[in-house]
Design a protein around this ligand. Structure first.
Ligand code: AHR
Length: 655
């Protein structure tokens, strides 16, 4: 018995001694696959206050009184003996796209009556920055009602103010700019009205002047910058389940999200009621971030646009409503029109509209998603109709097809088999699973059919508790498991052409789903460890995969290690990515053939923590973030020590 235990110990010792001296080989002149320039991208969905209350920089919540409770977010205020009342008017017959406005009666000649707006969990205001208040207004009485605009901090002190007197008896837009004197996380906007009379108000809005590219009514600069810093290959929008809607009525309809913002029909956000443990009754979609803004953002950050459209199916986790096949045409037409909107010139109907909206140049749309996470024969039927029409008119546009919400099982198998037989372009696979699953599936694509459809790993994130649990965190364990898995995506870059983590954004007080790539409050934001994994893969993807082997095998979990290598033909470098998912350090050696040798100093980027449960936060935003160092290379042998729980990238420059 003792002898058996001794032998087992020896065997274990031999194993770790072997692994401690693991000899990896890289054949630097044997290109196995080309890495798509679009490989690592972004999945955007308006979930967790990502758009309204997040990247869309509007500070006023329910600016046009279109929430189901039209005064949600607003409170009546009175001062100095002022008095009045508010009526909510529904003009749906005249303006169905913007049915509500308010009629305010100022009953007292002295003092002020007003309304305050609480913003999205408050309004983030920065000292010294300029803000632009605007409103659609119409004077109704004989006397003009004057507006006094104030920003209050959380102790009710005034930190910015302006005056405005609308003069017209017809609807008109008025605006005024002012500076803020303090930085406040949770400010409120007060709109005081004085002078006895009646005034109609709509589209009450407050924006920072400083937005992404300083576009008026634009996007939060710090958040878009985080996207730009990823140098993403594509931007998938607008979701996610939001494409589908809980019911068809609340599906995403791109045509309703372009043009004048007061003509974009607001609807409830499907995440408002999705999770009973994270109800968000004030979550609506104004579509201030609409398709034009998505396309422009993609262009700004150098990402290929990848819109996903509803295919006549509401979310199958919810109502699963279907449009009958003989009523599908308008949905298909939306897809055809979108391609024309993105790519057509000014002689086409939709290209002309894009030009009129200020963008004569095309957006170079090359891919389009038909449906989000659909499944079942009902999807196949609708997919066929979409595909026939799109390919008939635009044969070069690649269609992204769903294969259900899970990476395997009955729904996946049916779609995978059917779409392969039908010669689909790109299959959109989703996996939300445990870190263990990610580690165990690093070889998922090693045996995929090389001649079949390409793969878009369209949504993935490791879940440290269980998918959907509000206790999930963006731990280092999750990020490291994703890095390990992603070495498998890259090794199979001939099949896997695109990948994106999901969801993207979350407001620390307004989220419904966790984990998420980037977290923010009203003033600041930080990238999770998962963000840095995605960013490092993107910035160091290289152009061509070359074999990195251990004993002639792909490195996909032996002794807890995962690795891939690529050439970067643009910079003339060999890029090695190595993940040590274990608690013990690894001493590795790489024997590189097919190269004339490397410059003596290689660049190393390390992302790591000793604590698998560690997270980043608003207080410690870069606790886990990349650290650069140098390493000396001798000839074509590289010795690399890899600490426990570490993702390392080494860039060797050819001589
Ligand atoms: O990313 C959150 C949700 O997960 C997406 O909306 C959906 O596509 C998936 O089920």
């Amino acid at each position: 018995m003792l002898r058996k235990a001794f032998l087992m110990l020896c065997a274990a010792g031999a194993l770790s001694a072997n692994s401690a001296k693991a000899q990896y080989t890289i054949n630097a002149d044997k290109v196995k696959a080309q890495i798509s320039p679009n490989m690592y991208g972004i999945f955007f969905e308006d979930i967790n206050l990502a758009a309204d209350g997040g990247v869309y920089a509007e500070l006023v919540k329910n600016r046009s009184f279109e929430f189901n409770m039209p005064l949600m977010g607003w409170d009546e205020q009175k001062k100095d003996g002022g008095d009045g009342r508010v009526e909510v008017i529904n003009r749906a017959t005249e303006r169905p796209e913007n049915a509500h406005f308010i009629k305010v009666y100022i009953d007292s000649a002295t003092g002020s009556f007003g309304l305050s707006n609480e913003g999205f969990r408050g309004m983030g205001i920065k000292a010294g920055e300029e803000y632009s208040f605007s409103v659609m207004a119409k004077q109704e009485g004989d006397q003009n009602v004057k507006l006094n605009i104030e920003l209050h901090d959380d102790k009710n002190a005034i930190i910015g103010k302006a005056e405005l007197t609308p003069t017209d008896k017809e609807w008109n837009r008025y605006s005024v700019k002012f500076n803020a004197s303090a930085t406040v996380q949770k400010a409120q906007l007060y709109v005081w009205m004085s002078g006895k009379g009646i005034i109609d108000l709509d589209m009450v809005s407050l924006f920072p002047e400083h937005t992404w590219k300083n576009r008026p009514g634009g996007l939060r600069a710090d958040l878009v910058q985080k996207l730009a810093d990823m140098k993403p290959g594509f931007l998938r929008f607008p979701g996610g389940c939001i494409v589908e809607g809980r019911e068809l009525n609340t599906r995403y309809q791109w045509k309703k999200t372009i043009g004048a913002i007061d003509e974009r029909t607001n609807i409830i956000n499907r995440w408002n009621t999705e999770f009973s443990h994270r109800l968000t009754p004030d979550y609506y979609q104004t579509f201030g971030l609409g398709f034009m803004e998505y396309f422009m953002t993609a262009e700004d950050i150098g990402a290929s646009p990848l819109p996903i459209l509803n295919c006549g199916m509401a979310c199958e986790f919810n109502t699963a409503e279907l449009v009958p096949m003989d009523k599908l045409d308008p949905y298909i037409q939306d897809a055809l029109d979108l391609i024309e909107f993105a790519n057509g010139d000014a002689t086409t109907k939709w290209g002309k509209l894009r030009t009129e909206l200020g963008h004569p140049a095309p957006f170079h749309l090359k891919m389009l998603g038909v449906g989000n996470e659909q499944w079942g024969p009902q999807y196949i039927e609708r997919w066929k109709a979409f595909t026939k029409a799109i390919k008939g008119k635009y044969p070069d546009v690649k269609i992204v097809s769903a294969v259900g919400p899970f990476p395997g099982g009955k729904e996946f198998d049916l779609l995978n088999k059917t779409f392969r037989a039908l010669g689909a372009d790109i299959l959109d696979e989703h996996y939300y699973a445990s870190p263990k699953w990610f580690l165990e599936h690093a070889k998922r694509y090693d045996n995929y059919d090389r001649k079949g459809p390409k793969i878009f790993a369209g949504e993935y994130a490791a879940q440290n508790v269980v998918t959907g649990s509000p206790k999930n965190k963006n731990t280092w364990e999750c990020a490291l498991a994703e890095a390990a898995f992603m070495t498998g995506l890259e090794r199979n870059a001939d099949v896997v052409r695109m990948a994106s983590y999901a969801p993207l954004f979350a407001h620390v007080e307004g989220w419904q789903w966790t984990p998420d790539l980037i977290w923010f409050d009203n003033l600041n934001s930080y990238g999770s460890p998962n963000y840095y994994v995605q960013q490092l893969f993107s910035l160091n993807k290289g152009t061509d995969v070359v074999p990195l082997l251990l004993n002639d095998q792909a490195v996909a979990g032996q002794d807890g290690c995962y690795a891939t290598a690529s050439l970067d033909k643009n910079t003339n470098e060999l890029v090695i990515k190595f993940v040590n998912s274990t608690a013990s350090a690894k001493s590795t050696s790489f024997k590189i053939t097919g190269s004339k040798g490397y410059q003596k100093t290689a660049r190393v980027i390390t992302l790591r923590s000793d604590d698998k449960d560690a997270v980043n936060s608003l207080e410690t935003p870069t606790a886990i973030s990349p650290v650069s160092s140098n390493l000396t290379v001798s000839g074509t042998t590289l010795k690399l020590d890899v600490e426990p729980y570490t993702f390392k990238i080494v860039r060797l420059k050819n001589k």
